[in-house]
Design a protein around this ligand. Structure first.
Ligand SMILES: C/C(=C\CNc1ncnc2c1ncn2[C@@H]1O[C@H](COP(=O)(O)O)[C@@H](O)[C@H]1O)CO
Length: 268
């Protein structure tokens, strides 16, 4: 019979129990320390040439560097609006032309245009902005099926991490406009709605362009979310739905005015 492993027979291998510990943001209760390797072993006994780059502690530095690069590249960006929508929209289609007009109108109203830098609606909005001689920005994302930044992006920043990129959209935009899209667009829309609903960002319009495309979702939100009490009826007012480019600009300008009013300075 195999000898029983007890603290006496295997003194060095026994996991050590520690009491509650607070390590920065992390709370450890009844923690077990099972790591019986030494720091030197972990440093010198590498498993492969790129092991270090894939361990979470090092990943944190890459995440950090992505924040630093993003903040650095975008810090001088003037007032801007982000435009989201399908990567699959084709040039010449109605949604493509709407996005192009929105890009142009935003520039004429004094805003830079930020998109995901990809094809479809993103390209169209960048194109409208660039054709109107405005500031056209693309925040690209590394994807398995890389499509690269579209040709109408004047300032492009590529990100590895979705969540870092999302921070940039929010930090450097005064409003979000969502054109018809798929999961990516819905993700961007619902994340921004959550941030406005929870008060993380204020006076931040979320505009859904294309009423017939969005009607079913709005109805579902009303019938299911409001009816079941998972959102309050007032939350519906966080979403603006329109088919008018002029209305888009009016909504954004009004929100800007209310910010300047709160600060008691006129809008520039
Ligand atoms: C699918 C194709 C290329 C994808 N390239 C993208 N580049 C940049 N940003 C993207 C890309 N795809 C999605 N996004 C982001 O999500 C939104 C669109 O996603 P949807 O699922 O198409 O609605 C968009 O706003 C971007 O921020 C080749 O066709």
């Amino acid at each position: 019979m195999a000898p029983e492993k007890t603290p006496q027979s295997q003194p060095d291998k026994q996991p050590t129990r520690t009491w509650d510990q607070q390590r920065g943001a992390v709370r450890l209760r009844r923690a077990r320390n099972c790591d019986d390797t030494t720091t030197d072993q972990r440093l010198l006994d590498s498993r492969g040439p790129s092991d270090w780059a894939h361990t979470d502690p090092w990943r944190v530095l890459r995440i950090q560097s992505e924040f630093v690069e993003g903040f650095g590249a975008l810090s001088e960006v003037p007032r801007a609006v982000s435009v989201f929508g399908s990567a699959r929209t084709t040039p010449g289609s109605q949604h493509y032309e709407s996005a192009r007009q929105i890009g142009e109108a935003l520039v004429n109203a004094g805003y830079a245009v930020i998109t995901g830098g990809g094809p479809g609606v993103m390209e169209a909005a960048n194109r409208g902005a660039s054709e109107a001689d405005g500031f056209s920005i693309g925040l690209g994302i590394e994807l398995p099926f890389e499509s690269g930044l579209n040709d109408w992006v004047d300032l492009g920043v590529n990100f590895r991490y979705f969540f870092v990129r999302k921070t940039m959209f929010l930090k450097y935009s005064q409003a979000f406009i969502c054109l018809p899209g798929g999961f990516g667009t819905l993700d961007e829309m619902f994340e921004s709605l959550t941030l406005v609903q929870t008060g993380k960002v204020t006076r931040f319009p979320i505009i859904l362009f294309g009423s017939s495309f969005w009607a079913g979702l709005i109805q579902w939100i009303r019938d299911q979310l409001v009816e079941n009490g998972t959102i309050s009826p007032a939350d519906l007012s966080l979403i603006h739905v329109t088919d008018s480019v002029d209305e888009v600009i009016r909504i954004i300008n009004e929100a800007q005015d209310s910010i300047y009013e709160a600060l008691s300075t006129p809008r520039q």
